[in-house]
Ligand binder design. Structure first.
Ligand code: S3P
Length: 438
């Protein structure tokens, strides 16, 4: 049996200081994928050494790519070219990572070998028809288990057909899967987005010298080109920075600076939403690093008020809602979220998991099919469940700052998937969390 890590969070405290959170998860995954498919040697700095990105790295090693590191965030990838991957000798294990499975499905679709993609308990419950359907439209033979869940079995040897695909949901993973299969198709593959989603795939493909077009809500590329190795500097992950942004926003006397954070316009929903709630947040030292905008984010305490979250911000803040729900619980008045049904199919059902945990802490939180209504007020202590979800664990860890009793976060083991040094940085800033191994 592997160990389970729980967190015990002491109530109260203030958060002050400057920290740099680890590298962006989405960009780290893509750096390994595209570096492997490129011609030449790609050097990556600031790589996230979390379990999810490491699952991607291992999958490419299993397909014959020579990768050095990671060591202190540095990775060297000896690219094999778009057609140089080799058949893995066993199923590719994506662990907890939906991004690994969905993007890899697109890449495997263009290979001349068969492969199977498997995942952990949480990933094995997540919907895969969203990638299976467009891949089948492209003529790829792909099978999912009962109900469109993992494992995925993909048969190689078929050249994908270029299609125009209208996505039924705003998903960067689906968009990326189709575009990556499109690298191997004859002709132009086009993806229509119902709303803007993170564009790291498009930016990074261009960084590798591959032409990707955007016209309005259509993103397209023509198959048959090549990727040329490059250097990548991964910015800090705004999704990880969010926990400390919210920590400072809800806690009197707090003042926190997060350095070198990625502020790609498709990821800044959290900044926009916190500002609408009245947060005192400033961006300094704005600059561009390897095709991605970064800044230092300073956040000082100011009282928050409840708001109706604009629906156009939802895809731009999709991973930040567990933390934002804690902000809502500490705000004066009611916060209403709608148009966020995608939260129900993340690493857990994040609407239900957060509502259940908030109830335990005595907060009035009413889940709805596509969102939640949270009334700000007093928060007590208690033991909350994470459902193996890293972001639920970290959200309830920062809630301790405003709780009147200790909070036990039951099963925070998966924090390692995205933020391996969360506890150390949290403690450095003044959040009193201890690990308890069971
Ligand atoms: C990701 C896209 C988002 C996000 C996930 C990472 C990516 O998922 O929630 O954590 O790297 O493309 P969806 O595309 O399913 O919204």
């Amino acid at each position: 049996m592997s160990q389970t890590i729980n967190y015990v969070v002491q109530p109260g405290g203030t958060v002050r200081g400057t920290v740099r959170v680890p590298g962006d998860k989405s960009i780290s995954h893509r750096s390994i994928m595209f570096g492997s498919l490129a011609e030449g040697v790609t050097e990556v700095e600031g790589f996230l050494e979390g379990a999810d990105a490491l699952a991607t790295l291992q999958a490419f090693r299993d397909m014959g790519v020579s990768i050095e590191g990671p060591k202190d965030g540095k990775v060297t990838i000896h690219g094999v070219g778009l057609h140089g991957l080799r058949k893995p000798s066993k199923a590719l294990d994506m662990g907890n990572s939906g991004t690994s499975m969905r993007l890899l499905a697109g890449i495997i679709a263009g290979q001349n070998f068969d492969a199977e993609l498997i995942g952990d308990v949480s990933l094995s419950k997540r919907p895969m028809n969203r990638v299976v359907n467009p891949l089948r439209e492209m003529g790829v033979e792909v099978e999912a288990a009962e109900g469109g869940r993992p494992p995925l079995k993909i048969n190689g040897g078929v050249t994908p057909t270029a299609i125009e695909y209208e996505m039924p949901m705003a998903s960067a993973q689906v968009k990326s899967c189709v575009l990556l299969a499109g690298l191997y198709a004859n002709g132009e593959t086009r993806v229509l987005e119902p709303a803007p989603t993170r564009d790291h795939t498009e930016r990074m493909l261009r960084g590798f010298g591959y032409s990707v077009k955007r016209e309005g809500d259509v993103i397209s590329l023509v198959g048959g080109g090549k990727l040329t190795a490059t250097k990548i500097e991964v910015p800090s992950d705004i999704s990880s920075a969010t926990f400390f942004m919210v920590a400072a926003a809800i806690t009197p006397d707090s003042d926190v600076t997060l350095t070198h954070v990625g502020i790609n316009p498709t990821r800044v929903g959290v900044i926009n939403i916190l500002r609408l709630m009245g947060a005192n947040l400033t961006l300094d030292n704005e600059r561009e690093v390897g095709g991605e905008p970064v800044a230092d984010i300073r956040i000082q305490y100011a009282p928050l008020k409840g708001i109706t979250i604009p629906e156009d911000q939802v895809p731009l803040a999709i991973d930040e809602f567990p933390a934002l729900f804690i902000a809502a619980a500490c705000a004066e008045g009611v916060t209403t979220l709608t148009g966020a049904e995608e939260l129900r199919v993340k690493e857990s059902d994040r609407i239900q998991a957060m509502a259940d945990g908030l109830h335990i802490l005595g907060v009035d939180a009413q889940p709805t099919p596509d969102g939640i209504v949270i009334k700000g007020g007093e928060m007590g202590g208690g033991a909350v469940e994470t459902h193996h979800d890293h972001r639920i664990a970290m959200a309830f860890s920062i809630a301790g700052l405003r709780a009147t009793g200790a909070i036990t976060v039951q099963d925070a083991t998966n924090v390692r998937t995205s933020f391996p040094n969360f506890i150390q940085l949290a403690n450095k800033l003044g959040i009193r969390i201890e690990e308890q191994i069971s």
